[in-house]
Design a protein around this ligand. Sequence first.
Ligand code: KIV
Ligand code: ZN
Length: 532
Amino acid sequence: MEQSKDRIIIFDTTLRDGEQSPGATLNVEEKLEVAHALARLGVDVIEAGFPYASPGDFDAVQKVAAAVGTENGPTICGLARATKNDIKTAAEALKPAANGRIHTFIATSDIHLEYKLRKSRAEVLAIAPEMVAYAKSFVNDVEFSPEDAGRSDPEFLYQVLEAAIAAGATTVNIPDTVGYTTPSEFGALIKGIKDNVPNIDQAIISVHGHNDLGLAVANFLEAVKNGARQLECTINGIGERAGNAALEELVMALHVRRQYFNPFFGRPAESTEPLTQVDTKQIYKTSRLVSNLTGMAVQPNKAIVGANAFAHESGIHQDGVLKNKLTYEIMDATSIGLTDNQIVLGKLSGRNAFRTRLKELGFELSENELNKAFIRFKDVADKKKEITDWDIEAIVNDEIRQPPELFRLELVQVSCGDNSCPTATVTIRTPEGEELTDAAIGTGPVDAIYKAINRVAEVPNELIEFSVQSVTGGIDAMGEVTIRLRYDNQVYSGYSANTDIVVASARAYVKALNRLYSSLQEADNKEVVVTN
Ligand code: KIV
Ligand code: ZN
């Protein structure tokens, strides 16, 4: 990858730091799907995982490297602690990538040195360049991060960075690991690094930050003004604790306000040349994909990608927008890939119109997938007059992005209302092909359904999240349900969309159960292999 200081390098860590959010676990196929979407989005670097952490992580990084790390594709990066085993394993996983990067890190704050690493500053100052040089023996492109840089003594930080660059680091990343700094402090930290690390011109300055105080994006933008040229971020801002800096917010801030940022890149303010290589029209779709696969719903008022981000509710605002959009809109919804034309298809639309619209929305389905999606489309069109792009996308996500169908919901029926006891009956086809019917009562219809399903499936789990959101406005709108279940400290998600939210709730639950059950089966198979 060209290491340009004239624009921003977008380093996406959705598959590494993002996947570390509680419950956002993805399987290898899902990681590959996200990696392809990130490549279409135009990110420069994909941090695909932490290969030494587990065989699953190794496998995912290797597969992403092979499938997405093509000559003209993004650089594929693997994380490694500053140890030989970590680095060697990362190098092995990255081998299939045309452009591979090893990202090695060691903490530099006194608090981490004393309590976590139990090492002195002198030891860390020796380990960092030694491990950078070791990484350099495998790949040319080496990134070094002094973890918890935001709380490190700047004088010590300068020494470690200088040593890492001298040993061959081509990118030095400055993490605000605990989301502690404020924008002006973070900007000053970057400026201090530029002014005090003698060989800093030989490396790109990158930033990485968490959102504990809701300041990650603001911190990054201040860092950009002071010379940072790589931003480490995640789709929808998912990540450890309060998450990472959100890619869509950074990219759109640099896009919408480029006149403000241009001079910091030595460009005339009015230059229209983009500051990142991201295709902003892919943002919305990528956001939805990540939210569906991780089961982490996007809050409606989330900047850029939230359901309300482009909605005007107040009468005064609506009136202004009708007179001239610019009165209350600073960006066009189409710039993130939402279409103006929300009413697209209906009951009379045929297969060809459906296929064409799917193509326009960027979905590439096989003939078999198209058939499945079309049957669902017809079913929804019978119940809902107007099928919007959002509905189509919900249908595809529900119908096509499915975990293996081990348990299959054949029937769900509920009876509820005031003065009655919510009761559900379900029929489930088990993985062994048996059809079982059972009934249960609950505190409400959804609780009753889940109890009935549990009686049949007998897969132990704890329901930790249930959320319903409407796909569009209108009384006939589809509802999308997201479920998260926990078993043995792992979280499994399920998603479904339907005009009947009771049905969507049942289907989402069965999907989450299927994910859980297939991972239990995988674990069993692995045990068999080991004992043999
Ligand atoms: O937050 C952090 O410090 C990290 C590092 C590994 C870069 O994720
Ligand atoms: Zn992090």
